[in-house]
Ligand binder design. Structure first.
Ligand SMILES: Nc1ncnc2c1ncn2[C@@H]1O[C@H](COP(=O)(O)OP(=O)(O)OP(=O)(O)O)[C@@H](O)[C@H]1O
Ligand SMILES: [Mg+2]
Length: 505
């Protein structure tokens, strides 16, 4: 205990002073106490070799809750729940833990930093005007604070390093414990009312992780390393003079795990997700306002970017449309323009990704997904904007093994070699493989499920072959038709040449 340490270290005189001080603090009215405190401080500072720093819960004129106090509380909660004898339990908003334990008022614990011992005390002062209060509960206007005590010979170490370390650790622990959120953008018509916001959120509780994600092990490790490097890259990005952000382009057929990978990334990084629905964004100004509001440690996602907007530069049958437009009455045209929705342009999006706006907040990941990478404008996906392109493809044997472990809890089986062969011959998405691995009834065991998958792979192969044959037949038909047409054209040309020749004779 702190008191015991002081007895040993500063002798009985000091202890007496501290004892008197404590008695005064507990039993005397505030105004008298303040005076006594002032005298005892003067007296003790002659003998007392310790420095004390207090961190009040509320600071400033508007009494904002101090960020330092919150960080210290989190740090001490993580460290004190094993050592402190009196704890208080609270339900904290947005925390993953059902109950958060922290040291109770007037409790003290010790901590060590680089071999140096410090003392933390959770205290409160009362500004209650009543001189004596015997109520069990603290008065409503009690002011809480943490008090850090350390020997004056360690002044620099504590003030320059330890406090910084505690605040950083507190932040880190809080960010690990908090519940992740999934945000979606609101249409701008609802941005400015009472309590309205640009983004709505729900708690994000997707169970996806890199462990359960079915893909080649090597590729998975590469992505994990890339994310780790990004997370710890604050200094690196500052050194190379680049905004601390990273862009990923996930592409592949439907059902290959693009959305699942985004969820796994959010869980791995412990970042909130901002799912940006571009079709609900009217123009580039709105886009900028939305993106500016995304804080650091967030992942901004634009799914199916090729479908979201006219970002590919491939305007559908533009000429036909323009001709139609010319004949429309102007009122109707204006109304349609209004209803058409988004006018976000490729350059608007690129400006944000590249521009100075994107640096606000820092530590942000931007992810685009698409089923058709070839459809995208190269400007959108060039390296530097989308730093890493990740292909998610049909299920290979390695990916299958992950799914078999997830769904059936098996790592090897006599049927695995058959499945390996069949997966090479047939394109099946991980989503379909997973579906086939799921037991269809309570009686189905591992082998039944694997046999179901083999059957599904055989059917898929037959269907693929039939489709291929159909496609080839269609192509052949087209070629035959073309040949007949070419022949006809040639015959007609020959006939007209003959007529011309005959005419000259
Ligand atoms: N690689 C994978 N690993 C684990 N599960 C997967 C994988 N791919 C697909 N799945 C399973 O299939 C379901 C659909 O996958 P997901 O939504 O991630 O596909 P997608 O690539 O985003 O498809 P789309 O292009 O249609 O959006 C998921 O819920 C998941 O259970
Ligand atoms: Mg998806």
């Amino acid at each position: 205990m702190m008191m015991g340490e002081l007895w040993q270290q500063t002798g009985s005189l000091m202890a007496t002073i501290v004892f008197v001080y404590t008695v005064f603090e507990k039993f005397f009215p505030p105004n008298l106490r303040d005076r006594v405190q002032s005298y005892t401080h003067k007296l003790t500072s002659h003998f007392y070799p310790y420095i004390q720093i207090t961190f009040p819960e509320f600071t400033g004129e508007r009494l904002k809750r101090s960020e330092a106090y919150t960080c210290i509380q989190t740090y001490l909660s993580a460290n004190s729940s094993h050592t402190a004898k009196r704890l208080k339990a609270e339900v904290v908003r947005d925390s993953q833990k059902p109950l958060v334990l922290s040291m109770d008022d007037n409790e003290e614990i010790t901590d060590e930093f680089n071999g140096v011992k410090v003392w933390w005390a959770a205290s409160k002062t009362s500004t209650n005007s009543q001189p004596f209060s015997f109520s069990y509960y603290p008065p409503p206007d009690a002011k809480r604070y943490y008090k850090l005590t350390f020997h004056k010979s360690h002044r620099d170490l504590i003030t320059l390093s330890y406090i910084h370390y505690v605040l950083q650790e507190g932040k880190e622990i809080a960010s690990k414990n908090r519940q992740l959120k999934l945000y979606t953008n609101n249409p701008s018509s609802g941005w400015y009312g009472y309590k309205s916001t640009k983004w709505s959120h729900v708690i994000f509780e997707h169970p996806a992780s890199f462990e359960t994600l079915a893909m080649e092990e090597k590729k998975k490790e590469e992505i994990i390393k890339d994310l780790e490097k990004f997370k710890g890259g604050k200094e690196y990005y500052a050194k190379i003079g680049k905004a601390w952000k990273r862009g990923y382009l996930l592409y592949g057929p439907p059902g290959t795990g693009k959305s699942t990978m985004i969820a796994a990334m959010a869980n791995f990084m412990n970042y909130d997700l901002y799912d940006l629905e571009l079709t609900a964004v009217k123009d580039n100004t709105e886009l900028r306002k939305l993106l500016i509001e995304t804080p650091s440690k967030s992942i901004i996602v634009i799914e199916d970017i090729d479908c979201s907007l006219d970002l590919t530069g491939q305007r559908k049958k533009k000429k036909e449309k323009e001709e139609d437009e010319d004949q429309k009455d102007p009122m109707k045209r204006a109304q349609e323009e209004e209803n058409k929705g988004s006018k976000v342009t490729l350059s608007g999006l690129l400006n944000f990704i590249d521009g100075i706006w994107s640096a606000c907040g820092g530590e942000r990941i931007i992810i685009f997904t698409t089923n058709f990478i070839d459809k995208l404008d190269p400007a959108l996906i060039r390296r530097g904007r989308m730093d890493k392109h990740i292909e998610l493809s049909y299920c290979g044997f390695e990916a299958f093994k992950v799914l078999a472990k997830n769904y059936l809890d098996v790592e090897s089986h006599g049927l695995f070699p058959v499945i390996e062969r069949k997966l090479v011959e047939t394109d099946m998405t991980p989503a379909d493989v997973a579906e086939n691995l799921m037991p269809k009834s309570v009686d189905e065991g591992v082998e039944d499920c694997l046999l179901n998958l083999i059957k599904a792979l055989e059917i898929a192969k037959e269907e693929e072959a039939a489709k291929k044959a159909q496609e080839e037949a269609r192509k052949k038909e087209e070629e035959d038709e073309k040949e007949v047409k070419d022949k006809e054209v040639k015959n007609n040309e020959k006939a007209s040449d003959d007529v011309k020749e005959n005419g000259f004779h």
